[in-house]
Design a protein around this ligand. Sequence first.
Ligand SMILES: CC(=O)N[C@@H](CCC[C@H](N)C(=O)O)C(=O)O
Length: 382
Amino acid sequence: MLTEEQLIHVRRHLHEIPELALHEYQTHDYLLEVIHEFNQANLEIRVPDDLPTAILVLVHGRQPARTIGYRTDIDALPVEEQTGLPFASRHPGVMHACGHDIHMTVALGVLSFFSTHQPKDNLLFFFQPAEESDYGGKRAYEAGIFTGKWHPDEFYGLHDNPDLPAGEIGCRMGTLFAGTTEVNIDINGKGGHAAYPQDANDTVVAAASLIMQVQTIISRSIDPIASGVITLGKIRGGTIRNVIAGHTRIEGTIRGLTQEMIEHIGHRLQAVCDGVATSFGLDVDLELNQGGYWPVENDPSLTKRFIDYMQQNPDVNFIETAPAMTGEDFGYLLAQFPGTMFWLGVDDDSQLHSATLTPKDDAIQKGVDAITGFLNYRMQEN
Ligand SMILES: CC(=O)N[C@@H](CCC[C@H](N)C(=O)O)C(=O)O
């Protein structure tokens, strides 16, 4: 079983080797190296052919009544780290800026505990690639990974939260995270000389108008009591100051707490794109891709049990949290298997996806203890 000191060492090494979605090869190899050090007596390890950076580990229970799944994501973000940590990313332009290094380490801690304390039920650990993009959870499901003995009857997973004290557990009944849809807009007009706009069709000006109109969708087209967000995080158009740009691309994301809201915003966005195409006389192609980023809906009865356990445990600080507009492709898996997603506090001033995010090591052991405690409690029930 990994000690707290060993867990911190593992976390720091994982932090040094972040990799982007579906390219988590070094991370995958290191995870396997750590898992192979555990007592193998009750473990069965599988690397699915169709998702080669994923790892499944089945812990065979003593008297299994069910298989309980536990999922961690393993990918990182294209962010240049600015923490100055001695264990900062060694991969230029890539960083664990969403704390997946903490997620993986907590999962390894829980797995190492059950490798030496055989659980009553079966436990299925899923080390999932591609959470930040490319929806690895959905890919895994569609590849048929969770069939036969690899089928979890219920699924749990966490996300770190810098706003909560280290080790605090946060959760809620109902929707924990938003559903998200990736937005790609390609504006195709006609390039030309900066001096002769009358002979061109300027996609930069069309993009500026489109962006401003998009900002009215949330304020003017949705019920103020309901919630939604559109963020256009990236724009690229043109090549030089004195050439009118014939193509501009905008990339962003739509978020809503219900599927209906996400679809409603998507329809309004399409209407704005069509309007800009007509008024500027150019082509505006809108691509919406939800992938696996469905709203994260916690199962009512399992989540009640989870919250009851955390509230009754004197060693756990528990807080009921509000829904968040962050997305998670665990939402897709929770639509296939009942389960619960929850927060683990990591106490930091920087936000998720920030270049200075520094989750505290203290959260790791507290997270491992709270989760192993809950899983043992859950396994007492028939
Ligand atoms: C927890 C978190 O930050 N998740 C990501 C999920 C990515 C969603 C997808 N790629 C999109 O941008 O729509 C998030 O950005 O919330």
